[in-house]
Design a protein around this ligand. Structure first.
Ligand code: RB5
Length: 143
């Protein structure tokens, strides 16, 4: 199950991504926002992060205008590795090297066509499982 959420600036892109997830046969849960009324991206980030950390969802997609605010908010949560991606190379690399569990996108930065390719790349790329990468990821959450 994929958790998805975005602020008011991301509503249209989020709907395109959800339709795309459906065509891929993916299950997802929409954590809002559901209208174009202005809202605060940290609230959406928190809802999606909690769904992942509780095990309700395996990974997530978060969108705000730039993707910056919502990825900053998500990365405050221990165990969350949110990667802001504007290209497919980064989407592939962050799965292979960082085992990112959230993909962040900027709705005002990345067009829908590219965003869907980034989503596909990110969803389809496995973590490389290499010991170097595992050790580095463990250091992120070490006290
Ligand atoms: C909302 O206007 C905007 O600030 C937000 O979507 C995001 O870009 C913040 O980083």
């Amino acid at each position: 199950m994929i958790a998805i959420g975005g602020d008011h600036s991301a509503l249209s892109l989020k709907k395109e991504i959800m339709a795309h997830l459906e065509t891929r046969g993916e299950t997802y849960k929409d954590f809002g926002t559901y209208t174009e009324e202005s809202c605060d991206y940290p609230d959406i980030a928190k809802a999606v992060c909690r769904a992942i950390l509780s095990g309700e969802c395996e990974r997530g997609i978060l969108i705000c205008g730039t993707g910056i605010g919502i990825s900053i908010a998500a990365n405050r949560f221990k165990g969350i590795r949110a990667a802001l991606c504007g290209d497919c190379f980064s989407a592939k690399a962050t799965r292979e090297h960082n085992d990112s569990n959230i993909l962040a996108l900027g709705a005002r930065v990345t067009g829908a066509g590219l965003a869907l390719q980034i989503v596909d790349t990110w969803l389809d790329t496995p973590f490389s499982e290499g010991p170097r990468h595992k050790a580095r990821i463990a250091k992120i959450d070490a006290d």
